[in-house]
Each structure stands twice: as structure tokens, then as C-alpha cells.
Design a protein around this ligand. Structure first.
Ligand code: HEC
Ligand code: HEC
Ligand code: HEC
Length: 132
């Protein structure tokens, strides 16, 4: 009748095939993200800093963007005071994307790696990159 051993072997072979694409992707295929900050606007900056520290931005930019949106749209606040006292106009387009005008080499670079797809670009214009 049923042969537990054969079923087990079948199962193992099945699992090996089912997970093969996953293992074979490990360590190659997806290169580590290397976001570039060499945009024209950032090159002009005297101090090459974001609105907050790099560590903060790396970990918290999603929340910061939500805060900016709520501040601007719900509370009508258009000025952000950074933790070091600098102030910035709250604008996704005119701040974040003015400096980070290289969506593909910056935002997308990390997001493809992390497999997240922010839907912001449905409405907000992606910066024009291919200028000639
Ligand atoms: C005045 C120009 C400027 C503005 C405005 C700006 N950034 Fe930045 N951003 C930078 C620079 C320069 C760095 C690199 C900082 C460093 O290396 O210390 C950076 C770093 C970052 C990082 C970390 C990148 C990494 O390699 O870890 C993220 C994420 C980021 N910015 C997102 C944003 C977002 C989102 C906004 C809008 C809320 C924004 N930035 C606004 C200039 C800017
Ligand atoms: C240093 C790498 C890095 C850079 C550069 C970066 N992001 Fe992200 N971003 C991430 C990671 C990782 C996540 C997912 C975080 C999570 O799920 O907790 C994320 C998530 C987000 C989210 C939330 C999406 C969601 O579905 O939850 C938004 C919005 C976002 N990023 C906007 C931006 C924008 C705009 C830029 C370019 C100006 C940018 N990010 C640049 C790494 C980065
Ligand atoms: C359905 C369309 C839509 C989507 C999707 C969308 N936005 Fe917006 N967003 C708007 C509109 C409209 C405004 C109002 C612009 C204004 O009044 O200046 C706005 C304003 C903002 C503001 C505040 C002020 C400003 O002018 O920048 C931020 C920050 C912002 N959006 C970030 C985001 C981020 C980050 C995402 C992705 C997670 C996103 N938005 C997705 C439509 C959208």
C-alpha cells in the first residue's frame, strides 16, 4: 500500500526543486544596493547632509515622509525643523527629489533590493533623469 519511505523521498525531492530558485539566488543575482548621491544639486552643497543624519534617513525615511505628508496636508505646516536646528520647506518634490534627483540610482537601488514598491510615483512626478 502506501510506502512512507517513498513518500518522504518524493517530498524531499519536491522541496529541493520548489526552493531551488531561492537558494540559487542567494549571494548573487541581486547585488547589494549602492545608492548614489552624486546628483548635480548634492554636488553643489557645501555640507553634504540630508535633512537628518544618514543613519536616521536610512532607517526612518518612510516614517519621515509620512510625517511630512501629514504635517503639510493635515496641519498645513510647511516647515520642518531638523534635529540639528536646520529648517527645510516640507516638500517631497522640491526637497527630497530636488537633491535626490536620481530616483533609479537612489530610491530604486534600495527598493528593488528590499523588494518594496512605494506607490508615490503614481502621483508625484519622478525626477527627469535623461536630460540631453
Ligand atoms: C539638501 C539636499 C537633500 C535633501 C533635501 C534630502 N536629502 Fe537625503 N541625502 C542627502 C545627502 C547629501 C545624503 C548623504 C548623507 C551622508 O552621506 O551623510 C542623503 C542621504 C539620504 C538617505 C540615506 C542613503 C544611504 O546611503 O543610506 C536617504 C534614505 C535619504 N537621503 C532620503 C531622503 C528623503 C526621503 C528626503 C526628503 C524627506 C531627503 N533625503 C532630502 C541630501 C538630501
Ligand atoms: C539606503 C536604502 C534606501 C534608499 C536610498 C531609499 N530607500 Fe526607501 N526604503 C528602503 C527600505 C529598506 C524600505 C522598506 C522598509 C520597511 O519595509 O521597513 C523602504 C521603504 C520606503 C517607503 C515605504 C514603502 C512601503 O511600502 O512601506 C517609502 C515611501 C520610501 N522608501 C521612499 C523612498 C524615497 C522617495 C527614496 C528616494 C528619495 C528612498 N525611499 C530611498 C530603503 C531605501
Ligand atoms: C493619489 C495620489 C498620491 C499618491 C499615491 C501619493 N501622493 Fe503625496 N501628495 C499628493 C497630493 C495631491 C499632495 C498635495 C500637494 C500639495 O498640496 O502641495 C501630496 C503631498 C505630499 C507631501 C507633502 C507636501 C508636498 O508638497 O510634498 C508629501 C511629503 C508626500 N505627498 C509624500 C508622498 C509619499 C512619500 C508617497 C508615497 C508613499 C505619496 N506622497 C503618494 C498625492 C499623492
Amino acid at each position: 500500500m502506501y510506502d512512507a519511505g517513498k513518500i518522504l523521498i518524493g517530498l524531499i525531492i519536491f522541496l529541493a526543486f520548489a526552493t531551488f530558485p531561492f537558494y540559487s539566488n542567494m549571494g548573487k543575482a541581486v547585488a547589494k544596493p549602492d545608492p548614489k548621491i552624486d546628483t548635480p544639486v548634492i554636488q553643489q552643497l557645501e555640507v553634504k547632509k540630508c535633512v537628518e543624519s544618514k543613519e536616521f534617513m536610512r532607517a526612518e525615511h518612510m516614517q519621515l515622509l509620512n510625517e511630512w505628508r501629514d504635517a503639510a496636508l493635515r496641519r498645513g505646516e510647511r516647515v520642518y525643523k531638523g534635529s540639528d536646528g536646520r529648517t527645510f520647506q516640507i516638500s517631497f518634490q522640491n526637497q527630497c527629489l530636488r537633491c535626490h534627483s536620481n530616483k533609479k540610482k537612489f530610491c530604486d537601488e534600495c527598493h528593488s533590493y528590499a523588494a518594496v514598491k512605494p506607490y508615490c510615483w503614481d502621483c508625484h512626478f519622478a525626477p527627469k533623469e535623461a536630460k540631453r
